[in-house]
Design a protein around this ligand. Structure first.
Ligand code: PGA
Length: 260
């Protein structure tokens, strides 16, 4: 794991965007795995800004999102289809045929999950998978106890996740109980996994992911098996890392240093 610690959330977001930009510069037709959640909102805002300034082009990429709530149609205001349309795809006018999310309203969610994995393989696999982390260590909606070899499938959300996400739903609405999520095996097949975490609420999960045992108790710990995982943190999210000083020596201010 490459652990990059930046002084504050804005710097961590900028570093994450830089990594995405580098991938797109090297391979404009890259396949990106995208994530949702509060942490990613400033990432998409910055990508839109940079694309509008002509500094990055996203129009040739293909994307696959990590997850979608079962039961929500794409038009629902809290669906991840809407999240992505509002924050990235719409503002950049991206061709919808290049952007993929699982259909939460598919009549057979299990079949939809299998179709999604097949579509990723058909597209040549994911070049860069963007990830957030839940306070309970989930990646995508792979909740604790998820098989570390899981394909894309339907998962039941924990109460903690439903409570954490209730802030996005209206007072009369309930957070769905199920989601279709990329599996951990699917995530591990990506050629580069980039996880962004900011804020003290993530510090415990981040330490468990990077320094705890490889365990389904903390699904993000599966990234220890990924040949190329980059973890981008702000100082608060890095607060519980025992080896923090070492990571800061290897990558001062979260930057690469030349060997020699
Ligand atoms: P958040 O969610 O960015 O809204 O904290 C991350 C996650 O649950 O994966």
């Amino acid at each position: 794991m490459k652990i990059l610690i930046l002084p504050d959330p804005a710097a961590a977001v900028a570093r994450c965007v830089e990594i995405i930009a580098q991938t797109l510069n090297e391979k404009p037709q890259a396949v990106l795995g995208l994530a949702t959640g509060g942490t990613m909102e400033p990432v998409y805002a910055r990508l839109v800004e940079r694309a509008r300034a002509g500094e990055i082009a996203l129009d040739r990429m293909t994307s696959f999102n990590l997850d979608e709530y079962v039961g929500l149609p794409p038009e629902h205001s809290q669906s991840y289809h809407s999240y992505m349309r509002d924050r990235l795809f719409g503002p950049l006018g991206l061709d919808p045929s290049r952007t993929h999310l699982p259909r939460g309203d598919a009549p057979d969610p299990a079949a939809e999950a299998a179709r999604f994995d097949a579509a990723i393989a058909q597209a040549g696999g994911i070049d860069l998978q963007l990830l957030g982390i839940g306070g309970n260590g989930h990646i995508g909606f792979n909740e604790p106890s998820s098989s570390l070899a899981s394909p894309t499938r339907v998962k039941t959300l924990t109460l903690a996740t439903r409570e954490a996400n209730a802030r996005f739903f209206g007072p009369e609405e309930t957070v769905p109980r199920f989601a279709i999520t990329m599996g951990i095996a699917t995530i591990l097949r990506s050629r580069h996994a980039v996880l962004l975490a900011t804020g003290t609420k993530k510090a415990t999960a981040v330490a468990a992911m990077a320094e705890g045992p490889l365990s389904a108790r903390c699904p993000a710990s599966a990234l220890q098996l990924h040949p190329r995982a980059t973890i981008v943190l702000d100082a608060d999210a890095a607060a519980d890392l025992e080896l923090r000083q070492y990571y800061e020596t290897v990558h001062p201010q979260g930057q690469e240093v030349a060997l020699g």
